[in-house]
Every structure is written in structure tokens, then in C-alpha cells.
Write a protein that binds this ligand. Structure first.
Ligand code: PLP
Length: 382
């Protein structure tokens, strides 16, 4: 099946004799046993629930994985993933990273004895040089949040292969509509399903997708033990969101390209970070490994004062902290998503107080551009 069809039809539905087109929401904690020592396959929803299982099947198909495991949020997925590692294990991690992931690794997981090297992963050779015998995983975001650095997934995968090093890719920004890390050699794909997969800013979810069934079994065991699994209603919302994933992402990217081009022409804008621009340092890598460039744009304005003016004057675009949904959202990383990253480190990465991040939605591009133009000019609509 083609990707668009998998989005709509892509998971085995739980057995249902009514013929319901929409997957039933199995809003139940427990399942009755047909007899002593017998099970319907479902016992207790912390372990598995048919609606969650349906989402897992769809996600596995979309990413060309063997299995997927669904979690109550992206952070729950990552927390569960960390159970794979033991004290003394070393992980190499993209230095430009979703703020919550950085916080989990540096403030919580490190206390459990894991060691992290935060570095730019855009040079695969440097990543290989930093691997030690204790290195058990390389964790990358590509493009990164918010600076949009792109890592060559296949090049890093080739350097991890055969060394007992797992390559984990956070594919939240591009989604399998545009990029399939497992096909490029990654071992685990992670998603904040809250973002593009759900797509409507109305539910939190996380996913891990793997090629290896034994690894999936371990992750399920951790999820069941930690209680990090996704609730049935939220699973249903993500299933419904995925039905339009291909359409939404295509439209969002089209809008993003137009907005990136518009921003680049503005005198108030010092830099536009978007992998789809030919002046982006990893433009060629992006073209090679992904079917598109996504709809996340970061840009730096020339003066700090412009930030407040823009954030307080946008009307179509919301000033809010998430991304990937049908509504366009603008974020101020310094105060929001990346506030917990030490200032020195933040500034070294270019996350300064003039940087704004825009998640482009499916509205008419002309309205979004008019909104930005008004906000840049500092005038309110009314
Ligand atoms: C939002 C996000 C997360 C965390 O996911 P939640 O669903 O908010 O817990 C992780 N990685 C990236 C890239 C994200 O954007």
C-alpha cells in the first residue's frame, strides 16, 4: 500500500462485528477472562488495549517498522526508552535538541548513572570518533529543534552498525510522510505523536517504532512495568489525525516554503533557518534522505525589541508552545521550549533572544504572510 492509503487504512482493526469504519474506543481498564488460564489477548489496559494496539499497527506500517509501542506522551516514550540502558552506559546526543529531551537526559537520566555527550551530529565521522566502548546509542533529531541542523542518517547508521550502538532518531519534525529513518538504517524511531501525527493540538502521545521484534517486546515490558502506555481515547484521536497526515504535511510544507522565502526578503530578519532553502548548510543531505523539508522554520530578527512586537501582534498565528498541528504556532525558544538549557550552551547553539520558531499550519499562506507583515509592522488588525 502507498503511504496515503496506510494513513487511512493502515492498521489491523480490532475484531468488531458491527463493521464500524471508525476504530472503536475500548474505554476499559480490564477485560474478562473466558476461563481459567485463558485470555482474549487483553487482560488489563496498562499492558495492552485494542485501540492503542490499532494505533501501534498503523505507526509501524507508516515507518516501515516491525512494531510500534504507543505512550502517553513523547516524554513518556523517551523515559521508557531510557530503561534500555544501564548505569555506566554512554549515549551520544544531538546538542541542539527539544528542550524537554535535554532536560530528561541532563537533569534526570544522568542521575541514574547514564553518561551523555551532547554534540553536533552533522559530521558522521566526528560522531564515530566520539564513540567509546561504553557507547550504547546515538540519539539524533533531524532536523534539530530549533536550529534545523540536519544529520545524514545513513552515514551515522553505517558508523553505529556492528558496534552494539543503537541509532535512535526523533522523527517528530518530518514524520514518515517525508522521512523514514528505519529505511536509512536507524534502529528506533521516536515520535511526539502530539505534533504532526495527531495534528490538531488536542492530544498528547508518544511512539517508538523498531525493526526488531525482540526489542519491541522489551519496550512493551518496560511500558507495562512503568505504566507509560497511551490511553484509548487519546489513541483514537491520534488514529483519526493520521488519516489526514499526508495531506496536512504536504500543505504545511507548501505554506512553509512560501513563508521562508518571504521572511528571507524582510529587512527585519537576519537569518532564516529552513532546510528547504538552498543556502541551508545541509540542503543536499536533506534532499537526499527526505521527500521534503517539513514546515518548521526558525528565524532571527535584527533586534530583540521586534520579538515582543511580533509575538503580541500576530492574530492568525498563535503565540503558543507546540508544533505540527493544523494551526500555525509561533514559539520563543529562549523563554519557552529551551528555557531549561544553560544560557552559555543555548547561545553557543544560536538560540538567542532574537530567535523565533514558527510551526506552519494549513491556513491560507496569504493570510499567514499578511499576519506576519502586520506583526512586523507593529500594527494591530482592528
Ligand atoms: C514535543 C516534542 C517532544 C516531547 O513530546 P511530548 O509529546 O510533548 O511529550 C520530543 N521531541 C520533539 C522533537 C518534540 O517536538
Amino acid at each position: 500500500m502507498e503511504f496515503e492509503t496506510i494513513c487511512v487504512r493502515g492498521g489491523d482493526k480490532p475484531y468488531d462485528r458491527t463493521g464500524a469504519i471508525s476504530v472503536p474506543i475500548y474505554q476499559t481498564a480490564a477485560f474478562a477472562h473466558p476461563g481459567l488460564g485463558r485470555s482474549t489477548g487483553y487482560d488489563y489496559s496498562r499492558a495492552q488495549n485494542p485501540t492503542r494496539e490499532c494505533l501501534e499497527n498503523i505507526a509501524a506500517n507508516l515507518e516501515n517498522g516491525a512494531e510500534a509501542v504507543a505512550f502517553s506522551s513523547g516524554m513518556a516514550a523517551l523515559t521508557t526508552l531510557m530503561a534500555l540502558f544501564a548505569p555506566g552506559d554512554h549515549l551520544i546526543v544531538s546538542d541542539d535538541l527539544y528542550g524537554g529531551t535535554h532536560r530528561l537526559f541532563s537533569q534526570l537520566t544522568e542521575r541514574g548513572g547514564l553518561r551523555f555527550t551532547f554534540m553536533s551530529t552533522t559530521d558522521a565521522e566526528r560522531v564515530a570518533e566520539c564513540c567509546t566502548p561504553a557507547t550504547k546509542a546515538v540519539f539524533i533529531e533531524t532536523p534539530t529543534n530549533p536550529m534545523m541542523h540536519v544529520t545524514d542518517i545513513a552515514a551515522v547508521a553505517a558508523r553505529c552498525a556492528g558496534r552494539g550502538i543503537r541509532l535512535i532518531v526523533d522523527n517528530t519534525f518530518l514524520t514518515p510522510a517525508l522521512q523514514k529513518p528505519l529505511d536509512l538504517g536507524a534502529d528506533i524511531v521516536m515520535h511526539s505523536g502530539t505534533k504532526y501525527l495527531g495534528g490538531h493540538n488536542d492530544a498528547l502521545a508518544g511512539l517508538l517504532v523498531v525493526r526488531d521484534r525482540a526489542l519491541a517486546e522489551r519496550l512493551r515490558f518496560f511500558s507495562m512495568s512503568l505504566g507509560t502506555g497511551l490511553a484509548p481515547f487519546d489513541a483514537w484521536l491520534i488514529i483519526r489525525g493520521i488519516k489526514t497526515l499526508a495531506l496536512r504535511v504536504a500543505r504545511q510544507e507548501e505554506n512553509a516554503r512560501r513563508i521562508a522565502a518571504w521572511l528571507a526578503e524582510r529587512p527585519e530578519v537576519r537569518a532564516v533557518y529552513y532546510p528547504g532553502r538552498e543556502d541551508h548548510p545541509q540542503y543536499e543531505v536533506s534532499r537526499r534522505q527526505a521527500k521534503g523539508f517539513g514546515a518548521m522554520i526558525s528565524f532571527e530578527v535584527t533586534e530583540t525589541g521586534l520579538v515582543k512586537q511580533i509575538l503580541e501582534n500576530v492574530r492568525v498565528i498563535h503565540f503558543a508552545e507546540s508544533l505540527g498541528g493544523v494551526d500555525s504556532l509561533m514559539t520563543y525558544p529562549v523563554l519557552q521550549t529551551h528555557a531549561d538549557i544553560p544560557e552559555e550552551k543555548r547561545l553557543a547553539q544560536g538560540i538567542n533572544d532574537r530567535l523565533l520558531r514558527l510551526s506552519v499550519g494549513i491556513e491560507a499562506a496569504a493570510d499567514l504572510i499578511a499576519d506576519l507583515a502586520r506583526a512586523f509592522g507593529g500594527q494591530d488588525i482592528e
